[in-house]
Ligand binder design. Structure first.
Ligand code: NI
Length: 227
């Protein structure tokens, strides 16, 4: 009490702590600007820890992330020959990637990344169904996809369908694909395609998109926020 009484006369109004000492902790506690700074830091830190900042700052994510109508119904066949629709996966998160098995470079890397992401997530990753949807239904038959899927995560499902079914699924996900020049035989061509990975919620709603080149740990951290 003596201490406070002694200090009080030195309070000229500019120092809310009344101590006159800029390092006095009471002065910091009472300064609203300090509180705003601390709250801001906590928010930033929480977002960073959750991958939120990394997720939105990564190339292209924010731009694509602003599209909220990605996804929708589809009717396809999985690599076990079972008919599946978007509703088949309701209740689970879907990690969706469109590609084709003949793709020499990007697709296999991204499908590997999907598998690593599931592994990193551990038991919570069981809520996530990795899906590979072909944009090349002519060559990617059920049996071709079955052989392809074997090389990746055991829970990966590879989906194909009629050309119109694949086109409808790709359109729902805003995926572009186009056949390149046919080379030596009718079966020898590349397909140019969008290579984003989409996270969809248990109700099928779009949650997040991951561009090609993100590390599995980054993707897992972002997905982990939702699980
Ligand atoms: Ni590809």
């Amino acid at each position: 009490m003596n201490f406070l009484r002694l200090q009080r006369p030195r309070n000229d109004g500019a120092d809310p702590s009344g101590s006159g000492d800029p390092n006095d902790p009471r002065r910091l506690r009472r300064n609203p600007l300090v509180w705003i700074a601390v709250l801001g830091a906590i928010v930033l830190y929480t977002q960073y820890e959750g991958g939120g900042l990394l997720g939105t700052e990564n190339k292209g994510v924010r731009r694509i992330d602003q599209i909220h109508d990605v996804g929708g119904p589809f009717e396809l066949t999985d690599h076990n020959g079972r008919a599946v629709t978007a509703e088949s996966f309701y209740g689970q998160y879907m990690l969706v990637y469109f590609g084709y098995t003949w793709c020499p470079d990007v697709c296999p890397v991204e499908v590997l990344v999907m598998g690593h992401v599931i592994e990193i997530l551990g038991t919570v990753g069981e809520q996530v169904q990795p899906l590979f949807i072909t944009v090349d239904p002519t060559r990617d038959t059920v049996s071709t996809l079955a052989k392809y899927a074997e090389n990746f995560h055991p829970r990966l499902l590879a989906l194909t369908g009629r050309e119109d079914q694949v086109a409808a699924a790709a359109a729902a996900y805003r995926v572009y694909y186009g056949k390149g020049e046919v080379a030596n035989s009718p079966d020898d061509y590349l397909i140019d395609h969008t290579d984003y990975m989409y996270l969809m919620g248990p109700d099928g709603a779009f949650l997040e998109v991951f561009p090609h080149g993100m590390r599995p740990a980054e993707v897992a951290r972002s997905i982990g926020q939702y699980l």
